[in-house]
Design a protein around this ligand. Structure first.
Ligand code: FMN
Length: 376
């Protein structure tokens, strides 16, 4: 089967695959622009963009951007969106992922719109006020949810207050990389697995007039994509597989850390954001597990739930600092994120985005699978 295109607002996306936003610095302009050039959706992460262009922001002596204005930098995001658009050659679409939990959320949404983003994808909390920030700009708005109830609340609020509905919705299950929209125990319960959440969310979207559902969290292969499309999904969002590409913006040590991870090395851990965080057991995580507190004070004011470092001090680390360290290539001190299936990547190694899209659209064999599913 050839994957059907996805209609999103006024755009037709030839390949219904979203490359999920990955902060800090894992999906920036190079990955997003290259994915879009293949006809899919490339997504830039808007968190911690101040790490990308040192000359644009104020930093402390460790290289950390100071305050949320420089941590989530407008100038850096604007430059990234411009570069990604150039790379995309007008194909596919360029989205921006903005965590609801970041300080200056509304300002960053406006930054993304002014810089010409086609899409805003937003989770880690409910983006109930997102339409207010973007006004009547021509941008597709896509909330990330983990239940039909959350989607219902968003639709009711947006329709009543702003007379608009989401252009699509990402349903993220608990196998995804990074923060989970569930409590720790819920991540292992059958009723919260993606395949079991999907029918109720699909039904909810149909009550509001067929909002496309983009499924995420452990979706791995062409076979998985076909399964969800046949069940009624509009597309998929995938992140972990895109880490093992040449064009992924992460440093080589990040990619190698994911490639070397064994299944049991990928664990859920407490985060100052207030949701479980899926990470790889690297030296810093081992120290945290042994009771170490690696909090170094709050310099970035990166997220509101952290309460200017209060939660970071409790869990033993600042999320912006540790993801920033990973982006700077510091294996000892950084935190490295992966989805639950990241251990499968070692069967494939690092490939180009073009090859990966070939695999995911069934045109090339998948080296991570036992059996091959190639389009006849
Ligand atoms: C390295 C990494 C960083 C991520 N960072 C973010 C983020 O900043 N915001 C967000 O909404 N999701 C983030 N995610 C989640 C992805 O966008 C995506 O929805 C999810 O990982 C999909 O599952 P998969 O990795 O199994 O394909 C991240 C995922 C990874 C692997």
């Amino acid at each position: 089967m050839s994957l059907p295109p996805l209609k999103l607002r006024n755009k037709l996306i030839p390949i219904p695959i979203f490359q999920g936003g990955m902060g800090v610095g894992i999906s920036w302009e190079r990955l997003a622009g290259t994915v879009a050039r293949e006809g899919a959706v490339g997504i830039i992460s808007a968190v911690g963009t101040g790490y990308r262009y040192p000359e644009l922001v104020k930093r402390d002596k460790f290289g950390r951007p100071i305050g949320s204005i420089y941590t989530h930098s407008k100038e850096a995001l604007t430059r990234m969106i411009g570069e990604a658009k150039k790379l995309s050659e007008g194909k596919g679409a360029i989205g921006v992922n903005i965590l609801c939990a970041i300080t200056d959320y509304g300002r960053v949404a406006v930054d993304a719109v002014e810089a010409g983003a086609d899409i805003i994808v937003s989770g880690a909390g409910l983006p109930l006020r997102l339409p207010e920030y973007v006004g009547d700009a021509d941008v597709a708005l896509i909330p990330i949810v983990s239940s039909a109830r959350a989607l219902n609340l968003i639709c009711r609020t947006w329709e009543k207050k702003y007379k608009r509905l989401p252009d699509a919705v990402v349903l993220e299950g608990p196998k995804s990389g990074g923060h989970q929209g569930f409590k720790y125990e819920e991540c292992f319960m059958p009723e919260h697995q993606l395949e079991n959440l999907f029918p109720s969310v699909l039904e909810e979207t149909r009550r509001w007039g067929n909002i496309p559902v983009i499924v995420a969290g452990g979706v791995w292969s062409y076979r998985d994509i076909v399964y969800y499309i046949e069940q009624g999904a509009g597309g998929v969002q995938m992140a972990t597989r895109f880490i093992a590409t040449h064009e992924c913006d992460a440093p080589l040590v990040y990619k190698e850390t994911v490639l070397n991870a064994k299944e049991e090395d990928i664990i859920l851990f407490k985060s100052p954001v207030g949701y479980p965080l899926r990470v790889i057991r690297t030296p810093f995580v081992e120290r945290l597990l042994a009771g170490y507190n690696g909090w170094n004070g709050c310099i970035s004011h990166c997220i509101t739930p952290c309460n200017k470092g209060e939660e970071a001090r409790k869990v033993g680390f600042c999320i912006a600092d540790r993801l920033g360290s990973a982006w700077l290539g510091n294996y000892e001190e950084g935190i490295f994120i992966s989805g639950a299936n990241g251990h499968l990547l070692k069967k494939q190694g690092i490939i180009s985005v073009k090859e990966l899209i070939g695999i995911l659209t069934g045109k090339m064999p998948d080296p991570t699978l036992e059996e091959e599913y190639v389009l006849k």
